[in-house]
Design a protein around this ligand. Structure first.
Ligand SMILES: O=c1ccn([C@H]2C[C@H](O)[C@@H](COP(=O)(O)OP(=O)(O)OP(=O)(O)O)O2)c(=O)[nH]1
Length: 144
């Protein structure tokens, strides 16, 4: 598939790093570095604007390396980019570590996964079908 993109950033287009990567890394597009103190969050611009085909979304997901090594993650993961959104793709990063983290211009801060989605219509009902699980959830089958 192809997706229209405007790249107003100082950086090259996001790309798949390997043959079967699901996500393309997103780079921060910053005039000056952003310092995140512990538990602080910030809206980080990418300089990218998308026109996704109807029936597709783009998901903004954390990078596992940043999460594991630095405690930096995407607060609303997965962030949803709607097909009718024409604004800049931005990333809500949060610092869950106990140390300051500085986001530099051009740093790979998150990844973008483009995915198909359904659009559902509700069928309002009085009863739902029976199942083995029934209303059990939230650890009803045990926690180990
Ligand atoms: O991580 C994100 C999440 C959203 N968006 C943009 C694209 C998306 O289409 C739009 C709205 O996102 P969402 O529906 O999650 O936000 P909302 O808080 O429900 O706001 P709205 O009332 O504008 O829908 O904001 C981003 O750039 N990054």
């Amino acid at each position: 598939m192809t997706v229209k993109i405007i790249n107003n950033s100082k950086h090259s287009l996001p790309h798949y790093e390997t043959e079967a990567s699901a996500g393309m890394d997103l780079r921060a597009n910053l005039e000056t570095p952003v310092r995140l103190k512990p538990l602080q969050r910030a809206l980080i611009p990418t300089g990218l604007f998308l026109e996704l085909p109807a029936g597709y979304e783009a998901q903004v997901r954390p990078r596992s390396g940043l999460a594991l090594k630095k405690g930096i993650t995407v607060l609303n993961a997965p962030g949803t980019i709607d097909a009718d959104y024409r604004g800049e793709v931005r990333v809500i990063l949060v610092n869950l570590s106990d140390a300051d983290f500085v986001i530099e211009d051009g740093e790979r801060i998150a990844q973008l996964v483009i995915a198909r989605h359904e659009r559902a219509e509700w069928e309002v009902a009085e009863e739902l079908s029976g199942t083995d699980r029934g209303t059990g959830g939230f650890g009803s089958t045990g926690v180990k």
